[in-house]
Ligand binder design. Structure first.
Ligand SMILES: NC(=O)C1=CN([C@@H]2O[C@H](COP(=O)(O)OP(=O)(O)OC[C@H]3O[C@@H](n4cnc5c(N)ncnc54)[C@H](O)[C@@H]3O)[C@@H](O)[C@H]2O)[C@@H](O)CC1
Ligand SMILES: [K+]
Length: 484
């Protein structure tokens, strides 16, 4: 799992490391890594490094210092370097001196546009982890000037104008081709993938000073390691049977999609209970389908909610399922029922895992307010309130557990915003719960497989939830192949 640390934690660790490293050493490590990445991008884009033109946008903090030092390193490789200084009297003194010694030039913002217009690469060293609020006018203007030109932008540590801890954007901001960060990933890198572009991590020796991460991002190897694989002793029951309570006679789609997703996700057995039994059976003959949850037979986890309605019947189905003593993934209508009358959760056996999968609107119903800019904090708050794993859907899906663990699933395009997509996700979560996975891991892994299946199904054209179900095996094959 990749770890992600908040800027507060990064700063604490940096302070500790700064105290035991020679003056300026950390910044030199960071800047050298940055210069290497800028040179690589120049070579990729222009087939040369020497003789190319780099423009540095330099703020008054250490982020600007990194850019200036990197400029000095690039000069040694024959790059023409011009630093546009936002506050000439406050620019990092040692970095500016190093750049000048190496033959780089510095100009004021008034001269910025003419240099930016000729740049092969622009380096954004305006603000880093100490950025507060939206960019001040002079910085915002510089960002807008850089946006007018074709040259790719390399962001130093993070794209200026994007909140380091939440990835939120509320005004002019840099959209980088590549972000070169130092020491560890910060939340912005997972939560604002479109603004960061490719993220390169430069090791400056910080990792040993950082404790447990604040956030996680699952790698494909984590998913491959967690995904249930039947052994020689297994039969259809031993791998975990998942029950699906979804859909209605009038709207059988949710039932077909959630059940199909569960069929594709694991090798065991899927039971269906509800008014869409005939349609489900016709589409998925391997499913054991009945009309009611009361005669569904034994399962190791339940999926409940999509298309069950929010009336008395839906509520009775949910209460019955919550009383079965097995893990439950409550989605869609089940979320609304819980939000309206949380007493329904009284039916739940204490300690039985529950996964809730709200989108922003359902979150608002559950919590009385929207998720806001800090999505990990929002998911954690709901997880605590409901003593449940909360999978907060959105462009970057966040999964939080009541114990505070949270993961971010960086999207692979936006094709998943299609009708029925959530039913597929809930089927994936349910089948992993039935296989006995830790519910936070189950939901985190399901979110990743869902987005990977979405990308495979879409291949850059619109897709559908049915295609998503069909792409699950390809996603799993890819994950297994990549992790060997
Ligand atoms: N501390 C360290 O040892 C290291 C720090 N590094 C770099 O240092 C950066 C952090 O440096 P600093 O703490 O000096 O701060 P930053 O450079 O992130 O930002 C602080 C400066 O930006 C200005 N500023 C803040 N908000 C602004 C806004 N909204 N609009 C315009 N200007 C704004 C402040 O007035 C201040 O001058 C990291 O992001 C990283 O790039 C790296 O060199 C690695 C080592
Ligand atoms: K920056």
């Amino acid at each position: 799992m990749q770890g992600i640390w908040t800027t507060e934690r990064i700063r604490e660790a940096e302070d500790g490391l700064l105290a035991v490293t020679p003056d300026g050493e950390l910044m030199r490590r960071a800047a050298f890594g940055l210069a290497t990445q800028v040179a690589a991008l120049l070579a990729e884009r222009t087939a040369a490094v020497s003789g190319r033109r780099v423009v540095l946008l330099v703020g008054s903090g250490n982020n600007g210092g990194d850019a200036l030092w990197a400029g000095a390193f690039l000069r040694r490789r024959g790059v023409s370097v011009t630093a546009v200084l936002l506050s000439p009297d406050k620019a990092h003194p040692a970095g500016l001196a190093a750049l000048r010694r190496a033959g780089g030039r510095s100009v004021s913002t008034a001269d910025g546009p003419q240099w930016i217009a000729k740049a092969d690469v622009v380096v954004d060293g305006i603000v880093g982890i100490s950025a507060r609020g939206s960019l001040r006018p002079a910085a915002a203007q510089l960002v807008e000037q850089a946006e007018q030109v074709e040259a790719p932008v390399v962001a130093v540590d993070l794209p200026s104008g994007v909140d380091p801890d939440t990835g939120a954007v509320d005004g002019p901001h840099v959209t980088a081709t590549r972000t070169v960060t130092f020491g560890a990933l910060k939340p912005v890198h997972a939560l604002a993938p479109q603004e960061c572009g490719e993220v390169a991590l430069v090791d400056i020796g910080l990792r040993p000073s950082l404790g447990e991460p604040d956030l996680y991002r699952l790698e494909l190897a984590d998913i491959a390691g967690a995904w249930p694989v039947p052994g020689p002793e297994d039969d259809k029951y031993s791998q975990g049977v998942v029950g699906i309570a979804a859909g209605s006679a009038a709207y059988p789609g949710a039932a077909v999609l959630a059940s199909g997703s569960a069929v594709r996700a694991t090798a065991g057995m899927v039971r269906y209970a509800g008014h869409a039994a005939d349609v489900v059976r016709a589409r998925w003959p391997e499913i054991v389908a009945t009309g009611s949850v009361t005669d569904a037979g034994r399962v190791q986890a339940w999926v409940v909610g999509p298309g069950i309605g929010t009336g008395t019947e839906g509520r009775d189905v949910l209460s019955h399922i919550l009383g079965q003593g097995v893990p439950v993934c409550a989605d869609a209508d089940a979320t609304t029922i819980i939000a309206r009358s949380s007493e329904v959760l009284d039916a739940r056996d204490p300690g039985t895992p529950l996964v809730l999968t709200p989108h922003a609107g359902e979150y608002e119903r559950l919590m009385g307010h929207g998720p806001g800019a800090d999505r990990p904090a929002a998911a954690r708050a709901a997880a605590k309130k409901y003593d449940a794993v909360v999978l907060l859907k959105g462009h970057c899906t966040v999964v939080a557990a009541p114990d505070g663990r949270a993961s971010v699933n960086t999207p692979r395009g936006s094709w998943l915003a299609t009708a029925g997509s959530g039913d597929v996700l809930t089927g994936l979560v349910g089948s992993l719960l039935a296989a006995g996975l830790d519910p936070w891991l189950a939901a985190s892994a399901a979110a990743q497989v869902h987005s990977l299946a979405g990308a495979l199904a879409a291949e850059d054209v619109p897709t559908s939830a049915s295609a998503l179900v069909d792409a699950i095996p390809a996603a799993l094959r890819l994950i297994r192949a990549t992790s060997h």
